[in-house]
Design a protein around this ligand. Structure first.
Ligand code: MG
Length: 313
């Protein structure tokens, strides 16, 4: 026994919870295979993925396909109301939903920074798996790369989504018509402010929780009730104002909104005032803007309210 009273016995092997991503986890060898099996196949379990072929071979789909891709970079990885994993699933599903498509399959590409805790990656994968299951989609192929310490930001995720657009559905800026009404699906800015305040350690009054949520169910319900939706856009980075600007430019129309009628929760409004932000430009991850003719507004609002009451939005 050493005389030094500060001696502490140490376990020679790292505890499982201390294990970190090493460059070899992206090297194509044994460690990478182990990572794929222990984390991704375990979490995403389905026959397309576990075939481990160069491509997932999917059944023919009945209808037009919608395909989209997006990369997710967020700090912190876990924030009130979500994390980078659920965000990557919801964000891509929402881009499909904005075309009226029923989401079916996702890919998942991971760029991992050397030194990332494997336990954290497991949590992200579990969150993605739960979000995908809840939305009825399967993650059917994927990729993993590891970059040197300091050359990434823990985890970057890219997800590509494939969905099927039902017959007769035609949604897009080409259908914007003079006189269309503009509806936002809920209160704005909660995602952006929740992530910002968590990242910067800011405390605001009220409960700031990200609005991250899948939107395909409510869109499918609107279409099922034969609401003639002219155009949809999910409100992500840049918020409502950027989405409206983009659409107005593409469709060569002007739009008028009544700011006082746009719902913004008190915690978001207060935080925006303190930070000098315009809530119309703050990010959302579970909100959309919808354009339709005035005669459809009441029926559409009734369906939206039903979903809000059921906490779907
Ligand atoms: Mg979008």
């Amino acid at each position: 026994m050493p005389q030094n009273s500060s001696f502490q016995p140490r376990c020679p092997l790292p505890r499982a919870s201390d294990e970190t991503i090493r460059l070899a986890h992206g090297g194509g060898g044994h460690l990478m295979q182990q990572l794929i099996h222990d984390i991704f196949l375990e979490a995403f379990s389905n026959s397309y993925l576990s075939a481990l072929q160069d491509s997932a071979v999917l059944p023919a789909q009945d209808g037009r396909l919608a395909m989209t891709t997006d990369s997710y970079v967020v700090q912190p990885l876990f924030f009130p109301g979500g994390d980078i994993g659920s965000l990557a699933v919801h964000g891509t599903i929402n881009d499909l939903a904005m075309m009226g498509a029923n989401p079916r399959y996702l890919s998942a590409g991971f760029i991992l920074e050397e030194g990332l805790l494997i336990a954290m990656l497991k949590n992200v994968a579990a969150s993605m798996a739960k979000a995908a299951k809840d939305c009825g989609v399967q993650i059917v192929c994927g990729d993993t790369k590891v970059v040197d310490r300091g050359k990434g930001d823990q985890i970057f995720i890219n997800t590509t989504g494939l969905g099927v657009i039902p017959e007769q559905v035609d949604i897009g800026p080409h259908r914007l018509t003079p006189g269309d009404r503009i509806i936002v699906s809920g209160d704005l800015g909660a995602h952006g402010i929740a992530v910002l305040s968590q990242r910067e350690g800011l405390e605001f009054s009220g409960n700031l929780i990200s609005d991250s949520a899948p939107l395909h169910t409510v869109i499918a319900d609107l279409l099922k009730h034969s609401i003639s939706i002219h155009c949809l856009r999910d409100l992500t980075r840049g918020g409502l104002a950027s989405a409206l600007n983009e659409l107005a430019t593409v469709a060569q129309v002007t739009m008028t909104i009544e700011e006082s009628r746009i719902p913004i929760g008190e915690p978001v409004r207060g935080a925006c005032e303190v930070l000098g932000l315009d809530p119309l430009y703050v990010a959302n991850e579970g909100r959309f803007v919808m354009f339709l003719s005035g005669s459809e507004v009441n029926r559409a609002l009734a369906i939206l309210h039903k979903h809000i009451e059921q906490s779907v939005l």
